[in-house]
Design a protein around this ligand. Sequence first.
Ligand code: ASP
Length: 483
Amino acid sequence: MTRQHGTLPSGLIFFNILNSKEDGNKRKRNCFNLRVFFRRNAFVVLTLTAVIVGVSLGFWLRTFDMGAQEILYVSFPGEVLMRVLQQMVLPLVLSSLIAGMSSLEKKVYSKIGLRALVYYVVTTVTAAFTGIALAAIIQPGKLSKKSEMSTTQNSDAQTVDSFLDLLRNMFPSNLVEACFQKYKTEYVSNENKVVLNMTEGRMINETIAVPGSSDGLNVLGLLVFCTAFGLVLGGMGSKGQPLRDFFTCLNLAIMKLINIVIWYSPVGILFLLAGQILKIDNLAHISRGVAMYTVSVIVGLFIHSFVTLPLIYFIIIRKNPFRFMIGLIQALTTAFGTSSSSATLPVTFYCMEDNHKMDKQVTRFMLPVGATMNMDGAALYEAVAALFIAQVNNIDFSIGQIIILSFIVTAASTGAAGIPQAGMVSMLIVLTSVGLPAEGISLLMLVDWLLDRLRTATNVLGDCIGVGVVQHLSRHELQTPAE
Ligand code: ASP
């Protein structure tokens, strides 16, 4: 973990100082040399400053009573950041997965894959139980009146369709289409088939499910295809070498591009946050119940991020997890600013490969998969939200139901895409699956702008700690470093 100071593209607060091979005296001098410190850690300092300035700017601009159009203009530099980051996701996922999977030995990838899977399941279930425990202790739903809830409709059939859509998206029928569209079941009223309900004496228009689509990258489909393609390519020996070289080169070029565009992220984050603060409705309208629900989720995310995950890291690696987390500040702030694990992926790669010098054989596989499927924050939030709605409706859960809830929440969070407010959508699946009324979603939306940002940061942290843990456990197998 050595760096030439003169060539540092960015820095990590304290991290570079702590990890440099300088002698003790020089280290002490550096700690107090603010100029050196700022030069080395410019990027982190800029990102953190952007968060503070963005939030302050947002609150200051609120005093001017701005209209929707003006708010749009304020958010514009942030919108550009989102577009640039999202632009990187497709080539990054393609090249990192194919290059990563094709360069691994069969024995190694099965071990890394298994360890990653165990880590994902253990941490997500733990997050779900943390949420369940907090909702049971704080009981936020007992403070909320049922009348606050508004109704949304969701049937069992729609829940099944959502699961089937997930499977359909894993196997897109057209790879080009998967680059910009996802499959989504839509519901239309069947005008040719009007059912006459004799008992009630009225006509009912039957709703039928039809194939539809929604805009956005089908990351899940590309993930499955690229993993399979990379594995086959890896097994082709010398014949597959030209294509392996191509994807490795593409991956290196994309990472170089990310190293450049990443410098724009502090500007984008600043305006994203300012725009978000401007959009918030009057906070005084939030009821006590919703406020306690918000507190429960935040406390849960805090426990998972600062106790559970660091403990797992420490138990397995025996190193200071907080020092590791300092190296992730850019990724965590970007996750907070963008509310999207997918859009944060380029920055996550940057932190793990440039700051932490993690093995590319692990990052190339685990980061794209983690950004799509490993969502500790979403699982925790969904568990608290489900119990909150149960409490509001005076529905008591037995131990058996709670265990079922934890598994459903784990599955639903895995299915949530790494995009803003995806957890809110999979929340509907959770509610119908455990037999809770799909009410109150609109109430939860009041505070989702904040919870989404926080749970996205937890999702990204879970992915990064996972890479550290799996790399450590696989260190004997990972002898030859990837290019
Ligand atoms: N926004 C989250 C993410 O991108 C997903 C969620 O809504 O929970 O990780």
